[in-house]
Design a protein around this ligand. Structure first.
Ligand code: AMP
Length: 441
């Protein structure tokens, strides 16, 4: 029988109290299915997307285990290793351990790049119960002898699909080689492509499988829309979308590149909105400050690149704007997973220029859905909308030029009129702002 209350799960009293304080009563499906398996000490292969509650699905049984079988620390060693692709996600996971384990005695530390190594060496000197780490820096510590994984009892590989996308496969394999054979392993991924399954088979021992979201579905609670818009019109469209957000609603705007994120952020601020960017070129403290402001509601707009936004867990994000489409369609699923977290609903709107059309086709293929046109901004839509509806590809679209203008369109002066579009279609036909129907509500 699937547990319908946390009380039905054999979790110790200190965890039950922390959950109550958090206001969690009903386990999410991944929690209801995974926690009993993990409490039985079985390996687990979890196919679940971000926002499903998977962090608690693994951290609760681990905390239960640490509470019931405490051990003294051993220098440079950890009992639990959580390996995750980005610093933001690592920080988020460590915070979840803190929240759910607030009435339990345990130690934890974080290891990731972009910050000084020495404090991490120091933190590991006495050893810890829980180590949350990103692959690259962890490997450095292993090679330098400041971390020893030979006594890990619990190993969690989180967001494996992303880990592989980011090119961490070799590092991950090297880290796995450091682990003892006897351990409990958990493996979470949003998708189970063949390479991911292969890795899972090499790590897990007769695992039970829990699938929460089918292989390629997008977060169901997110209402997705597309605007077929010329690259030159994207900023104006963005202004409309930002202006339509109500006070207190949070927006994440995705840019494909770090440089693009900075430029866009400056422009948004020039237009009188308040935005900050997070991406790989910003230091860890800078990113954390920005994220804290965003979470606290002091910053309404976050401009982010894919990697930096990973692990951003903010409940009030009501709108995700894909200003640039990602060139890896799986990143789309992660991006829109930033809204509609837990029981909230959210919207995601993608701006697709003719040059990016092929990326968009790939996204629809991956999610096995047609993304509807956004109502209320018809003036921006290009004839590409018709082409797309008829299953045709934009002549301007190639996988290689998704981010760049092609030479023929450069240097023509003034605003470029998209191909296949009458002279008046891109701007003169726009519905006046005042008459435009509000997208929601
Ligand atoms: P995750 O998928 O682990 O990133 O979790 C997504 C969000 O759901 C986070 O904000 C969690 O705090 C929240 N959450 C996780 N489990 C529950 C639950 N059982 N009840 C309510 N909220 C939850």
């Amino acid at each position: 029988m699937t547990p319908t209350s946390f009380k039905d799960l054999a979790l110790c009293a200190p965890i039950q109290s922390a959950l109550e304080e958090q206001g969690y009563h009903t386990p999410s499906p991944i929690q209801a299915q995974s926690i009993p398996i993990l409490l039985k000490k079985r390996d687990l292969l979890g196919c679940a997307q971000t926002g499903t509650g998977k962090t608690a699905a693994f951290s609760l049984p681990i905390l239960n285990f640490l509470h019931e079988s405490p051990k003294s620390r051993q220098p440079r060693r950890a009992r639990v290793l959580v390996l995750t692709p980005t610093r933001e996600l690592a920080t988020q996971i460590a915070k979840s351990f803190e929240t759910y384990g607030k009435h339990i005695r345990f130690s934890k530390t974080l290891i990731f790049g972009g910050v000084g190594k020495n404090p991490q060496v120091k933190a590991m000197q006495k050893g810890v119960d829980v180590l949350v780490a990103c692959p690259g820096r962890l490997l450095d510590h292993i090679q330098e002898g400041s971390v020893d994984l030979s006594k890990v009892e619990f190993f969690i590989l989180d967001e494996v699909d992303r880990m592989l996308d980011m090119g961490f496969l070799r590092d991950v394999k090297k880290i796995i080689a450091e682990l003892p054979r006897k351990r409990q392993s958990l493996f979470f991924s949003a998708t189970l492509a063949p390479a991911i399954k292969e890795l899972a088979n090499s790590i897990l021992n007769q695992p039970e499988t829990v699938t929460i979201a089918p292989k390629t579905t997008t977060a169901e609670k997110v209402q997705q829309r597309v605007c077929f818009v010329s690259r030159d019109d994207k900023r104006e469209l963005l202004m409309d979308h930002l202006a339509e957000q109500a006070q207190g609603e949070l927006t994440i705007v995705f840019s494909r590149t770090k440089h693009g994120a900075d430029k866009l952020c400056r422009w948004i601020n020039q237009k009188g909105f308040t935005a900050e960017a997070i991406h790989g070129n910003r230091s860890q403290p800078q990113r954390e400050r920005t994220l804290d402001k965003f979470k606290g509601g002091a910053l309404p707009i976050l401009v982010a690149t894919d990697v930096a936004a990973r692990g951003v867990d903010v409940r009030d994000v009501t709108l995700v704007i894909n200003f640039d489409l990602p060139n890896e369609s799986e990143a789309y699923v992660h991006r829109i997973g930033r809204t509609g977290r837990a029981d909230a609903s959210g919207h995601a709107v993608s701006y697709c220029s003719p040059e990016e059309h092929e990326f968009f086709i790939d996204i629809e293929k991956l999610i096995k859905q047609r993304i509807p046109l956004e109502e209320g901004h018809y003036g921006f839509h290009q004839q590409l909308a018709d082409l797309h509806a008829r299953g045709l590809k934009s002549p301007e679209s190639t996988r290689d030029n998704g981010g760049k203008k092609n030479a023929g369109q450069r240097g023509q002066g003034g605003k470029r009129r998209p191909q296949n579009q009458p002279a008046d279609a891109s701007s003169a036909n726009r519905t006046p702002r005042s008459r435009r129907r509000r997208r929601r509500r």
